[in-house]
Design a protein around this ligand. Structure first.
Ligand SMILES: [Zn+2]
Length: 112
């Protein structure tokens, strides 16, 4: 008898399941980009991360909580970021650190 427990690996991949969310939020980000609010952010020109001032064309729209992680395209989660910070952020974010902490619960091996 073979127990069918091999499929648990697929539980790790949630991106497929969130495809609708991603498509939806990406569309919303596009809309937000056209909004007066966003244009104002660009006019101010401050990078959310390094706090330096940049011309609008140097700034990108960044999601503090990435869409793929369930983040939404709305004020508060969407910030202007300079290209450099945006690139850096891909490797390490405060959210990433948090996620890493919650994703890997400490292995509690009872020694009883
Ligand atoms: Zn920056």
């Amino acid at each position: 008898m073979v127990l069918e427990t091999e499929e648990t690996m697929t539980d790790w991949i949630e991106i497929d399941r969130d495809e609708k969310h991603i498509a939806h939020e990406k569309a919303k980000a596009k809309e937000l980009r056209k909004s007066g609010w966003w244009k104002q952010q660009l006019a101010v020109g401050l990078c959310h991360y390094c706090g330096q001032k940049f011309p609008p064309e140097e700034l990108t729209m960044d999601h503090i909580v990435p869409i793929v992680r369930g983040g939404k395209s709305k004020k508060g989660n969407v910030v202007p970021a300079c290209k450099e910070c945006n690139n850096k952020k891909k490797y390490l974010t405060p959210v990433e650190i948090l996620m890493n902490q919650t994703d890997s619960p400490e292995p509690e091996k009872s020694e009883s």
